[in-house]
Design a protein around this ligand. Structure first.
Ligand code: FES
Ligand code: FES
Length: 159
């Protein structure tokens, strides 16, 4: 199959890739660009480990074609920390002991980031509903929900 040249904006940086048009954003991020913080698992939009932000909106990168991302801003977990400092959501996950194996965490953090920008004062019930598309096999979700609620307060306070 013939390849297409693609210019992608990932974490604020331009990247040029040459790829077959059927390849997913997840595949291009991990294989072509070495951005392996975005995880892969089900490959059918069920588990959320591949979540990235596309123009600020959380998407499952396993079902987004790379060619659909032309001219759009992609944010992966590698771009969440700002100026070398952890984002308040990342810090809250650490402070609340919300990480066990860690496999689901990049997707959780990106889903939470998009959500809290709209709803920083979200309740635990709202956070749990938002996280319904991000599965975790380890934690039981309580500490993750606590971390996201606390992070919302930090985001609202501008920290
Ligand atoms: S790998 Fe994309 S949702 Fe599971
Ligand atoms: S911390 Fe292991 S899958 Fe969530």
């Amino acid at each position: 199959m013939s390849k297409v040249a693609l210019e992608l904006c990932i974490n604020g940086e331009r990247h040029e890739v040459l790829t077959e048009p059927h390849r997913t954003l997840l595949d291009v991020l991990r294989v072509d660009l070495g951005l392996t913080g975005t995880k892969e698992n089900c490959l059918e939009a069920e588990c959320g480990v591949c979540t990235v932000l596309l123009d600020g909106r959380a998407v499952n990168s396993c079902i987004v074609l790379a060619v659909q991302c032309r001219g759009r801003a992609v944010l992966t977990i590698e771009g969440v920390a700002e100026h070398g400092a952890l984002h308040p959501i990342q810090q809250a996950f650490i402070d609340h002991g919300a990480v066990q194996c860690g496999y689901c965490i990049p997707g959780m953090i990106l889903s939470a980031k998009a959500f809290l920008e709209e709803r920083p004062g979200a309740t635990e019930a709202e956070v749990r509903e938002m996280l319904a598309g991000n599965l975790c096999r380890c934690t039981g979700y309580q500490k993750i929900a606590d971390a996201v609620v606390a992070a919302g307060r930090a985001v609202a306070a501008g920290r």
